[in-house]
Design a protein. Sequence first.
Length: 172
Amino acid sequence: MNLARRTAYYAVYHAVRRIVDSVAVKPAPGLVGIALVVMLSVFLSAVPTATAASLSHAPETARAYLITPQDGDTVPQQFTVKFGLSEMGIAPAGVDKDGTGHHHLLIDVEELPPLTEPLAATSQIKHFGGGQTETTLSLAPGEHTLQLLLGNYTHVPHDNPVLSEKISITVQ
């Protein structure tokens, strides 16, 4: 279940529970369950999912890349990461402008997240929705990987994902 559907599910579920809990005469438990299933089915059928039609377009020539550090570099525990982008522009999250997006930094991500859904903000997926093109990162000593992924105004990767090469670094 994608993020939009999951959010909608919980909102409807809790709204129905508040209604049921507030009535003076309680319906039979079986009826509550049936009502929840029917209401959620109807509601969720109307919630759109990300499809190819809702993805923002990126030219096939668009390219994200890491300026620094570079593959194989050894860096201190706190270091600067500079993002590069060609054939597209940067715009903050929430700004729907053709040919733009904002960076997401993937840290030690082994498998790419779904590329047709909004990218989750986690300790491994850092969002730069303000349009930032660099950050200071603190990582534990050891081997790490970094990769950039451009997201559109709703944090969804583009129809032609703009994804940098994955680099490996060593943190001292």
